[in-house]
Structures are given as structure tokens and as C-alpha cells.
Design a protein around this ligand. Sequence first.
Ligand SMILES: [Ca+2]
Ligand SMILES: [Ca+2]
Ligand SMILES: [Ca+2]
Length: 291
Amino acid sequence: MRPVMAFVLLGVSASLAWAVPPLQSSEPHIVFQSRRDGFRDLYAIGVDGRDIRRLTRHRAHDGHPKYSADGRKLVFNSERRGPWSIFTMNADGSGVRILLRARQWDAYPCWSPDGKHIYFAGKRSRNVEIYRMDAGGGSLRNLTEHEADETHPAISPDGTKLAFSSNRDGPLWVFLKDLATGSEVKLVEGSLPSWSPDGRRLAFTSSRDGDREIFTVGRDGTGLAQETRNRVADDWASWSPDGRFLAFASERDGNWEIYIRDLGSGTDRRLTNHPSMDITPSWRPYADGSR
Ligand SMILES: [Ca+2]
Ligand SMILES: [Ca+2]
Ligand SMILES: [Ca+2]
């Protein structure tokens, strides 16, 4: 990650008036990490950018939050018990609980769509692997068992495919693993995959043109589309539950902020406006778990 650039704010008066996704409640719908209060804590924000709620308050860093499919829980990684380890809490920030204590580090957690398992990347041996455990902790299983580093797990909405990033052939590529057969497909050069709600496409980050950009691609590797195009870093895409928008982080206005991209019109709107680092947005699924 590049250091946060100077405390420069550009385009502060960006309009907040744009099409709001048809969400089913007025609760904050995008969770992200920010250093705005001195340490990396987790916050939730409404899609209009007005209602920001601080979810964690701890001197240790918290990061990489992901909602469960029913929107009621969050899984994240935190240094509050030493090395980066996997924690869960309720979506309002209550009930923080450590699920698994890291050996070297555990990070990038996400839920299975049925809420029964948590997947994460961990350095528990000489290299990084994708692991699965029960949502309450326990029954740890190594899913990749490869001498390269595997990271950034994301489970398809139907629960059958694991997307992850690996440097096993040099640069980071996104791979898809069939969880029933174990077969793996090398999908596209990039990292940080995020499934569309219908499971047909993935958003991901690639540095193929020199800096990080957001792309989308079909799950069969066809239909590559470049979404961002600039000279600064764009990263961490997360799909809206209706599939029409991407939340992502970008340094385009001088420091890391959260943006929403309307995939239909190709227009971006800034959601956060703070000189500190705001990154790793994750969109809340519909409250009833439908997709
Ligand atoms: Ca590995
Ligand atoms: Ca870029
Ligand atoms: Ca910021």
C-alpha cells in the first residue's frame, strides 16, 4: 500500500445527489476501515455518505471487514490480541469475539453464503494458504496447500467456488477453485476478487497498466471490462446487493477515500471526505439474505 498522500482535499463539493440503490432499510450499508480517529477502526456509512457510525474503538488496528450474507454480523482481522487474527462481531459493533489466534498472521476473512464457515488467508506455515473454519471457530482446514502464497478468498454466492489470488506463477492472478471437486482455473491477472451478487462476474484489482485499477470479468474469463482509468491507486471493489454499483477505495482526490461507481452510467461518486485513509469497503447484502 502506498503511504497516504499529503492532506490535500480536492473536489470537496462533489454532489451527493445520485441514484441510491434500492436498499431495504435505512441502516448504514457500507463498512470500511479508517484511521480518522488515530487508529485503524471500522466504520459503517450510508450510501448517501451522511450517516457514519464508528463500530470499533480500540488502540490496536482493525481491518478488512466483511458482512455475513444476512447482514447481521461482521468478520474482520485485528491486532488487538497480538498478530493479525480473525474476529467477529455484530453489525452494530457489539459482541466482539476472537475466533482464531494467529500463528504468524491471519487476514482477509469472509463468510460462506450460508453463514456456516469463515474463509481467510493465513501464514501458519512457510507460506500463505486459504483456510476454512467453522463460523464459531474450530475445524480448521487448509484449502490450497501450495508452496506459493494464496490470499484474498471470496466465495461465490452459490457457495460452490472459491476465488483467491496467488503468486504461484509470478505476478498475482485470480484463481477459481471448485470446492466440491478441488479443480482450479487460472482466471485473470489481478487480485482481491469480489463476486457479483448473481455470481456471473467478478470485480478485481490489477496493476497491468502501471497503477492499480478496478476491472470486472465473467466467471469464465470472458468479457473483461476496465472500470477505473487514472494514474493513482484504485482498489478493494465490493458489489452492491442489486449488482448495479461497486464500492471501492481510491487515492484520486489526494488521499484514500471510498467511492461508489454506477456500473450502468460509468460515473463515480465519493462517499467519504476525510484526510485520513479510508479503505476496504464492503457492501451489506440485503437484510433478508436474498441476492
Ligand atoms: Ca500457499
Ligand atoms: Ca488507477
Ligand atoms: Ca480519506
